[in-house]
Structures are given as C-alpha cells and as structure tokens.
Design a protein around this ligand. Sequence first.
Ligand code: ASP
Length: 331
Amino acid sequence: MRTGRGSWILLAVGLAACSPAAPPATDRHWGIGIHGGAGTFTALDLPAGGVAEVRADMERALMAGHAILARGGSSLDAVQAAIVILEDSPNFNAGKGAVFTRDGKNELDAAIMDGRTLGAGAVAGLHHVKNPVLLARRVMENSPHVMMVGDGAEEFARQQGIEMVPPSYFRTEQSWQELQRHLATEKGSGKKGTVGAVALDQAGNLAAGTSTGGLTGKRWGRVGDVPIIGAGTYANNRSCAVSATGVGEFFIRNVVAHSICTLVEHRGMSIEEAADAVVIRLLGEQKGEGGVIAMDRNGNFTGTFNSQGMLRGHVGADGKPVVSLAWPEQP
Ligand code: ASP
C-alpha cells in the first residue's frame, strides 16, 4: 500500500497516542535509597559503632545524595556521594571497613551505572584505592572499558589522580576478628555489610552503584557480584535501578539486578513484585542469602531481602530520611 505524506503524519500521531504515555511529572518523585548490607544482623550484632553510629552514617549518606538531587544534580552524582560516605565509615564492608580475604588482605570491588546512557564502570581486586566507587566512575567516563581489575585498575587510578592509601588503611579490628572466627569455624558471619545506592533525579534519570570488600575469608582473586553489571548493580531508565547485597555467587548465577529490571520492563511488574520474584522466590529456593534495593522510574523504592536483616534507607523531596535497621525484634 502506498501511503502519502498526510497519512504518515496521521500514522505518527496515532502511534504516539497508542504508545505508553511517559509518566506525568507529578507522578514522578525524585529520591535516593541506600543499603548497608544484608546478613545476620541482630540488635547486639551490628558493626562496632553500634546502632547509633550506623544510623547516623546512613542518614548522612542519604542527605548527601538528597542535597545533590534537590539542587537539580544528577542521580549518578547522588549515588556516588552517598557511597563515598559509607566507604569512608569503618562500620560497613566497603572502603575503610572492608573485610579480610583468607590470606589476610582487603580486596575491594565496586560498580556504578547510568540508567540514561547504560554507561557503566566496574573495578575489582583493589588493594590501595581509598574509594573504589570513584574509580568505577572514572572507568565509565574516562576509559573505553566497563571493567578493570587488579594492578591494571590501580595503575589507571594513579593516572587519574585517584586517592591511594596503604593497605593498612583498610584494617579494622572488627574485620580482623571476623576473619579469625571464619578461619576457625569456616562459617560466614555478616556483622558489616556491603553498601549501595539507587537514585532518580529531577530530570528522570536513574543510577545505581555498589561497593564492597566481598565476603570474609574469600579466596585471593575471588570477584563477587557487585562489579558484575547486571548481577549486583544495574540501572536502566526504561525500568529501574538495583543494587544488591548478599552471597555474590548466587547473584551472579541468577543475574539478579538485570532480572528484576527485565521483569519490570517486559512483564509490567512493580519493583516490589519483581524483587519478590527474584530475591524471595528464586534466591530463596536456592538458599542464596541476600537482598536488593530498587527504585523505579517514578521514584518508588523497595528494600527486599531473604536474610535475617538488611540495613536500608531512603529519602525523597521532603528531606526526611527513613532508615530501617531490620532485625527480628525490630521490624
Ligand atoms: N555481595 C557481596 C559479594 O559477594 C557481599 C555482600 O553483599 O555482603 O562480594
């Protein structure tokens, strides 16, 4: 069939009317959500700093992200700022507070992703980079690559002027004692958690980032889900932003973060439904312990976990941070 110019215009108008409408601006509420890890936290079993310090760190991280979003800054900048604060705290298994490998070292992984461009940067096996999330961002923006590891990643960090520290910077007594317990019992005991953030900015762009020291007693060179784009970290403006925490091997095998976003985009599920399907049902059946935080393109936030606890929080335009340090006796 031949179609004249006028028909093309009519067709275009018709298609526009049929395609799903972009959410009206009033339905979209910008904000940021964070996690401080999933595991067997209990009221008496939190990081050395205790409940008050952990809560204060998390509120500070949320409000740093909030300040950026409130002045019209990007979700990427907000995610990065929140993660840097948590990396600098000894109370989380990322940056300063990273846990120890089997041979008594700290090996750090991180990733960041831009939901607008699908640009992503990831780093793994770092020993000297103070804030791994900053290096992940440089990999995304200043290199043609997505992932860099080990010595090569650290050489790139030096070239980029990223702050380097001696390995002793990462040593905390709590992480050291946790390694000794792990070596004696071969059991994991999560007293400090990986950190992550998801955000939606005023322009409607999503971003996600995650940073970790991995698992206590992990073998040298082991890389978890955090820097694997689609497993521990993923963001796509068409669906959602996700940051995961838990036993990374399960999150890699089930491509958790991307699976959640796929259910949102292609099955029309809400982030709660999608996170339930993947984290509670799929990982639950496999006994893959952990959780995720997720934010959709309207700024809805969920924290979903199958572990005993997951430290999490979020803040929206009202600037009132909500932090949950969930353990059985305090839902
Ligand atoms: N997912 C991280 C890893 O396996 C650890 C964690 O989240 O606690 O490296």
